[in-house]
Write a protein that binds this ligand. Structure first.
Ligand code: ATP
Ligand code: MG
Length: 336
């Protein structure tokens, strides 16, 4: 199949790299931010251990996968025996415990696909999502963190894409656009598909790490310190990659046919996954396979209207980077 992404970026595209890298640096969380996060985890550990002394606390999401900005929330997973209690009952009890320990805005959201307690910490001002025994999230957090250590262009690209998505209003799953997690998977898959490749496919390599989650083996090569030079033959700059990322999602991705798969380091067909017909609310218009929960399409929240909005935003972004005089500003102009 012809790939249109051999279209070239503008000749002077590299001149925008320093500006983009400066923006990336400014988005990285400060030491102060990290120490506040650790304090929150400490006080949470105290609260939880009163009711569940054997519970283990895992950080997941962007506070642990290295894709967190100074605006990211704190995601915590409790690993514990719930006995005869359902997860929902345990979460309601947890909400009571947290309220009595003076956390703010405590709310148990038990109807979500992954039920959570959401709250905010008065000391740091951070908001925090707590789930119970969702060890898939712990496994995918480690996978993302390991990918981030292979080539620094992944973190740079993903920070810029997440920042863009937040400002352009396309990082809201409850409104039919994509989660931060989905954007990071899009970035990983994109870098797996560059020529020469910038990232390998860790799940297709020797399995040096494995974790069994509800009967599913989450296994991959995690000795990433051996892969430090993996992307060295590819000299593309961050400006070029950011442009190519948007160009791919605006013009080259085959939305009708393809699913992006970090697990395979490639795209695979919807046919192969049986994601061709709508089942319930799952529309499969833009398909992003979860690396471990492979039956889970992270794009299932996207409907016809939000797909149009997303594609228009990808097109706008590619166009701004191609033609605008001051792309580092225009690209991130808030949408309202
Ligand atoms: P942000 O910086 O925006 O908070 P994040 O990486 O924490 O980014 P979230 O969308 O808050 O992203 O998700 C937190 C974690 O929850 C993800 O890293 C992933 O492990 C898990 N997760 C989020 N959305 C999904 C989903 N739709 N399916 C499976 N796991 C998900
Ligand atoms: Mg988060």
């Amino acid at each position: 199949r012809m790939r249109r992404w051999q279209v070239e970026s503008r000749p002077e595209i590299d001149t925008f790299t320093p500006g983009l890298l400066a923006l990336y640096e400014s988005l990285k969380p400060s030491e102060e931010h990290k120490s506040k996060q650790n304090q929150l985890v400490d006080s949470l550990t105290k609260s939880v251990s009163k009711e569940w002394p054997d519970a283990q606390l895992h950080l997941y999401g962007s506070c642990a996968n290295s894709f967190g900005t100074s605006h990211s929330d704190v995601d915590v997973c409790l690993e514990m025996e719930t006995g005869t209690e359902s997860t929902a009952e345990a979460l309601l009890k947890l909400a009571d415990v947290l309220r009595s320990d003076n956390f703010d805005n405590v709310e148990a959201i038990t109807s979500a696909r992954v039920p959570i307690v959401r709250m905010s910490d008065p000391a740091s001002g951070f908001s925090c999502d707590i789930c119970i025994n969702n060890l898939f999230a712990v496994a995918n957090t480690k996978l993302l963190k390991d990918y981030a250590q292979i080539d620094q262009r992944l973190l740079q690209l993903a920070f810029l894409v997440k920042h863009w998505a937040k400002l352009r209003g396309v990082n809201e799953t409850y409104r039919g656009t994509l989660s931060s997690y989905a954007y990071v998977l899009m970035c990983i898959n994109f870098l797996q598909l560059r020529e020469p490749k910038i990232l390998p496919c860790l799940q297709a390599m020797e399995q040096t790490f494995t974790m069994n989650v509800d009967g599913t083996e989450c296994a991959y090569f995690d000795e990433v310190h051996h892969l430090q030079d993996f992307g060295a033959d590819n000299k593309e700059s961050i400006a070029e990659l950011l442009w190519a990322f948007f160009h791919y999602w605006a013009f080259d991705h085959d939305y009708r046919r393809d699913v992006i798969s970090v697990r395979m380091g490639n795209t695979i067909s919807k046919q192969e996954k049986n994601w061709t017909t709508r089942v319930g609310n799952d529309r499969h218009l833009m398909c992003i396979e979860d690396p471990f929960e492979t039956g889970h399409d992270l794009g299932r929240v996207v409907d016809r209207q939000t797909l149009r909005i997303l594609r228009e935003e990808f097109e706008r972004a590619a166009g701004v980077l191609q033609y605008n005089d001051d792309p580092c500003v225009t690209l991130f102009e808030p949408y309202d």
